[in-house]
Design a protein around this ligand. Structure first.
Ligand SMILES: [Zn+2]
Length: 180
C-alpha cells in the first residue's frame, strides 16, 4: 500500500492526463531523439500551454543551459510537431512529481497477521520480471492458487485456510467473522 497523500496522487494523475493530450504525446515520442539521450534523462516535458512547451529539469543548471539552447531545440521540434511551438520554458518545479515515487514499506509485518501465507518471494514469479500487467496478474494468480491448494481446509466451510487462522480461530477468517 502507498501512503501518498490525496493531493499528491491528484497531481500525478493530472500530469498523466496531460501526457495523454495529443501534441504532448507526440512530442514525448520524439523527445529523446531530438534532445539526445543525456538531455532526455535530465528533462521531462510536462505540458504545452498556448504553444509554449514546459519542461521539467533535474537541476537549475540544466534549466539554464537548455534555456540558452532553446531556439535550436525549437527548430528541431517544430520539424516533427503538427503545430509549431513558440517557446520552451525549463524549470525544476515539476521534476520530483513527474518521477514515480517508490512505495513505502508497510510498517506492520505481514507475518504477524493470521492470514499470512508464508514467504511469497520463494516463488518463481518474483524472480523473473513480468513483461506486462496481464502476465504479472496471471503469475500472481497461479502462485496464489498453488499456495491455496497446499493449505489445510476450514472444518466449517471446507475452503483452503492459512494455518494461522485455524490455530487462532479453529476455522477460516470468514467463518470466524460470521461467528463474532
Ligand atoms: Zn470457513
Amino acid at each position: 500500500m502507498s501512503f501518498q497523500s490525496i493531493p499528491e496522487i491528484l497531481d500525478i494523475l493530472q500530469i498523466e492526463a496531460l501526457y495523454q493530450q495529443q501534441p504532448l504525446k507526440r512530442l514525448l515520442d520524439c523527445w529523446q531523439e531530438v534532445v539526445g539521450k543525456v538531455v532526455a534523462t535530465h528533462t521531462q516535458p510536462v505540458s504545452i500551454e498556448r504553444d509554449v512547451l514546459w519542461v521539467a529539469t533535474s537541476s537549475a543548471a540544466w534549466a539554464q543551459n537548455l534555456t540558452f539552447e532553446r531556439q535550436r531545440l525549437l527548430k528541431k521540434l517544430n520539424k516533427v510537431l503538427p503545430t509549431p511551438l513558440v517557446d520552451i520554458r525549463f524549470s525544476t518545479a515539476h521534476w520530483q512529481r513527474t518521477k514515480k515515487k517508490p512505495y513505502r514499506q508497510q510498517s506492520i509485518s505481514s507475518r504477524e497477521h493470521p492470514s499470512y501465507l508464508g514467504n511469497m518471494s520463494n516463488h518463481t514469479f518474483v524472480k523473473s520480471f513480468p513483461k506486462n500487467p496481464d502476465t504479472a496478474f496471471a503469475n500472481w494468480a497461479k502462485a496464489i492458487k498453488a499456495q491455496f491448494s497446499s493449505l489445510p481446509l476450514c472444518p466449517n466451510c471446507q475452503s483452503p485456510t492459512p494455518k494461522g487462522e485455524l490455530e487462532r480461530w479453529q476455522v477460516c477468517s470468514i467463518c470466524a467473522a460470521k461467528s463474532f
